[in-house]
Design a protein around this ligand. Structure first.
Ligand code: C2E
Ligand code: MG
Ligand code: MG
Length: 567
C-alpha cells in the first residue's frame, strides 16, 4: 500500500512551503500558526468564531488578554506541542469554542475552531455527524453499496490478485473504554477526544477512503479495492499506534487506544451487511483479546458467533426445563482434618451438547442477564441441599458480580435461609474481585447487608486479576480462597512465599484461608505447615453429584472415628 496521505489537507498543501487555509469554507474556522502564536493564514470563519482581535493583531495569544481565554501557558503548550491537542475556550459568558491543534510541517500548527453548539444547516444532520464533521451511519448503506459495485467492477477486470489484495475492505474502529472516559472526565472531554481521534484518523486516510462515525465511539473506514497484500493490516496497526499516543485536552494528558475489526469483501462476504457483521465479529475478538489491537475476520469467528447465539437462546429456557443441577466439592479443615463443608458448582446438561462447563455458559448467562434468575435458583437449591447435611457443615455458593446489581439479592438470600431452615453462618457467598471493580459502593453496601444477615463472605480466586490488598481490608470478607494457580504445578520459592504471605495477611485481618486445587499429598502437607485453614481439590474429591454427598459425609465421619482424617 502506498503511504497514505491525509485526506483533510489538499495534496499540494502542507507538502510545499506553506498551507493556505484562507479559502477553506464551512462552519469551522481554520488557521495556520507558528509555534510562537503568529497567524500565517486563516479563513474568514476564524474571525467570526474567535473575534476580530486575533485576525487584526495576527496573533493567537491576543486571546489570553480578555480575561475569558485560556492561560498563556495552556495556549503555549498547544502551540509548541508536536501532537494533537484541544482547548475549550470561553470567549464570553456561556459562549464556548473548541480549539483543536494538529501538527503541520516546518514547525507550523493547524488550528481548527468549531462552535460546539453549531448545527450545520447546509448539510443534512441526517448525513453528517455535527461533532466530527464526518459522514454518519445514515450514509453507511450507500457507502457499502458503492464498495459492492466497485468490487464487482474490479472482479470483472482481469487482474491477478494475491490473498485479499484487490478486495474492498472496511475497518471498524472502536475507542477503548470510551464510556469510562465520558463518565469520569465529563462529556465535554469525551467530545474533544472524539474530535482529536477524528483528526488523527483523517491523517492516515486518503481521498479515496471514506471515514465515517457510525456510533458513539465507533468509526468505520471504508477502503476501496486497490490495496497491496497486507496493506489493510498495516494501516490498522498504524492507526492503533497513532491513537495510543497521548492526547492533550484542556491541558490534561489523556491516554486511550482503539480496537479494530477488519473485514474484506470475499467469497464469504458478498454483500455490505455481511461485511459489516464480519468486521463487528473481528472487532469483538480484538476487544476480548485485550483491546488496543487490530484483528482480521476469520471464518471460525462466524461459526463461534452462531454457536453462541444458539446457546443464548437455549440458556433462556434451561432453568424452566430443569437442565441445571449443582455438584458439590468437599472442603476440609486443615487443623482438624475434618470435612468442613462443600462448594456448590453449577452444571448445565444441554440436550444436544451434553454437560456444558460453567466457564462456557456463565459469561453468556451474564451477558443475557439470565444469571440473576439462575443465581437465585443456585442459592435456594444449595441451601436446600445443605439442610440435608449435619448442622456443622457449610455450603459455599458462587455469586456473579451481576447478581449484585439486583437490590433484591439480600432478600433472595434471606428467603433461601428461611425456606431451607439452615443457620445463616452455614452459608458462604463467594465473590470474585470483578465485583469490587464493577460497582464498589453498591458491592460494599450489599456485602454489608449480607454480613448483617449472618452469612459468611469469601473472596474467590484471590491472587488472580487485579488482587489488591486494600480490597481485603475494605470489604467485609470472612475468608480468602487462594487461587489454584498458586497451589498446583511445581511451586517455586517465590510462589510459596506469596502463599505464606496471603495466609498471614488473612490471619492478621481475622479472615480464614482456604487453598483451592489441591491435588497431591505434598501440596496438602505444605499448606498445612504454612498455617492455611482449609483446602479443597481433587486430592480430597472431585465435585460430586448431590445424591453422593450424604454417603461422603458418612464415610468422612467414619474415617475420623477410625483416626484416618486425610485418607
Ligand atoms: P471456582 O469457584 O474457583 O471453582 C473451582 C473450580 O475449580 C471448579 O471448576 C472446580 O471443579 C475446579 N477444581 C476444584 N479442585 C480442583 C483441582 O484440584 N484441580 C483442578 N484442575 N480443578 C479443580 P468448575 O466447576 O468448572 O467451575 C469453574 C468456575 O465457574 C468456578 O470457579 C466459578 O467461578 C464458576 N461457577 C461455578 N458454579 C457457579 C455458579 O453457580 N455461579 C457462578 N456465578 N459461577 C459459578
Ligand atoms: Mg468458587
Ligand atoms: Mg476459585
Amino acid at each position: 500500500m502506498s503511504q497514505p496521505q491525509p485526506a483533510c489537507l489538499p495534496e499540494t498543501a502542507g507538502q510545499a512551503h506553506e498551507l493556505d487555509v484562507s479559502s477553506f469554507s464551512g462552519p469551522a474556522g481554520y488557521a495556520v500558526l507558528g509555534h510562537e502564536g503568529r497567524l500565517y493564514s486563516s479563513n474568514p470563519q476564524l474571525a467570526v468564531l474567535l473575534g476580530d482581535a486575533v485576525v487584526v493583531s495576527g496573533r493567537l495569544d491576543s486571546l489570553c488578554q480578555n480575561g475569558h481565554g485560556p492561560s498563556a501557558a495552556e495556549l503555549m503548550q498547544s502551540l509548541t506541542g508536536t501532537d494533537d491537542s484541544t482547548i475549550t475556550l470561553e470567549i464570553a459568558d456561556g459562549v464556548t469554542r473548541q480549539l483543536q491543534f494538529g501538527p503541520l510541517r516546518a514547525h507550523r500548527r493547524l488550528l481548527i475552531v468549531s462552535d460546539p453548539h453549531h448545527i450545520s444547516v447546509q448539510t443534512s444532520a441526517l448525513e453528517q455527524d455535527t461533532l466530527t464533521g464526518l459522514a454518519n451511519r445514515h450514509q453507511l448503506n450507500e457507502i457499502l453499496s458503492r464498495l459492492e459495485s466497485e468490487r464487482a467492477a474490479a472482479q470483472s477486470a482481469p487482474t491477478a490478485t494475491n490473498g485479499n489484495a484487490g478486495n474492498a475492505a472496511i475497518l471498524l474502529i472502536d475507542i477503548d473504554r470510551f464510556k469510562q472516559i465520558n463518565d469520569t472526565l465529563g462529556h465535554a472531554t469525551g467530545d474533544s477526544l472524539l474530535r482529536l481521534v477524528t483528526g488523527r484518523l483523517r491523517r492516515v486516510t486518503r481521498e479515496t477512503d471514506q471515514l465515517m462515525r457510525v456510533g458513539g465511539d465507533e468509526f468505520l473506514l471504508a477502503l476501496p479495492c486497490d490495496e497491496e497484500p497486507g496493506g489493510v493490516e498495516q494501516l490498522a496497526i498504524r492507526i492503533v499506534e497513532l491513537i495510543s499516543r497521548p492526547f492533550l485536552i484542556n491541558g490534561q494528558q489523556l491516554n486511550t487506544g482503539v480496537s479494530i475489526g477488519i473485514a474484506w469483501f470475499d467469497d464469504e462476504a458478498e454483500d455490505g451487511a455481511t461485511l459489516l457483521q464480519h468486521a463487528d465479529l473481528a472487532l469483538q475478538k480484538a476487544k476480548v483479546s485485550g483491546r488496543n489491537q487490530a484483528c482480521a475476520f476469520q471464518s471460525y469467528m462466524a461459526q463461534e458467533a452462531l454457536q453462541r447465539r444458539a446457546l443464548e437462546i437455549d440458556i433462556r429456557r434451561a432453568l424452566t426445563l430443569q437442565q441445571f443441577r449443582l455438584v458439590y466439592q468437599p472442603q476440609v479443615d486443615l487443623h482438624t482434618g475434618k470435612l468442613a463443608g462443600f462448594e456448590a458448582l453449577l452444571r448445565w446438561e444441554h440436550p444436544v451438547r451434553g454437560t456444558v462447563p460453567p466457564i462456557e455458559f456463565i459469561p453468556i448467562a451474564e451477558e443475557t442477564g439470565e444469571i440473576r434468575r439462575i443465581g437465585a435458583w443456585v442459592i435456594l437449591e444449595a441451601c436446600r441441599q445443605a439442610s440435608l447435611w449435619p448442622a456443622e457443615l457449610t455450603v459455599a455458593v458462587n455469586v456473579s458480580p451481576l447478581q449484585f446489581d439486583d437490590e433484591k439479592l439480600p432478600g433472595h438470600v434471606k428467603d433461601a435461609l428461611n425456606r431451607s431452615g439452615i443457620a445463616p453462618e452455614r452459608l458462604e457467598i463467594e465473590v470474585t474481585e470483578g465485583l469490587l471493580f464493577h460497582n464498589p459502593d453498591a458491592a460494599l453496601a450489599q456485602l454489608t447487608q449480607l454480613r448483617q444477615l449472618g452469612v459468611d463472605i469469601a473472596m474467590d480466586d484471590f491472587g488472580t486479576g487485579y488482587s489488591s490488598l486494600s480490597h481485603l481490608s475494605r470489604f467485609p470478607f470472612t475468608k480468602v480462597k487462594i487461587d489454584q494457580s498458586f497451589v498446583r504445578g511445581g511451586v517455586d520459592d517465590r510462589t510459596q512465599a506469596l502463599v505464606t504471605c496471603i495466609i498471614s495477611l488473612g490471619a492478621s485481618l481475622g479472615m480464614k484461608t482456604l487453598a483451592e486445587g489441591v491435588e497431591t499429598p505434598e501440596q496438602y502437607q505444605r499448606l498445612q505447615t504454612s498455617g492455611c485453614d482449609a483446602v479443597q481439590g481433587y486430592l480430597i474429591s472431585r465435585p460430586m453429584e448431590a445424591g453422593s454427598t450424604t454417603n461422603f459425609v458418612d464415610q468422612c465421619s467414619r474415617q475420623i472415628h477410625d483416626g484416618d482424617a486425610t485418607a
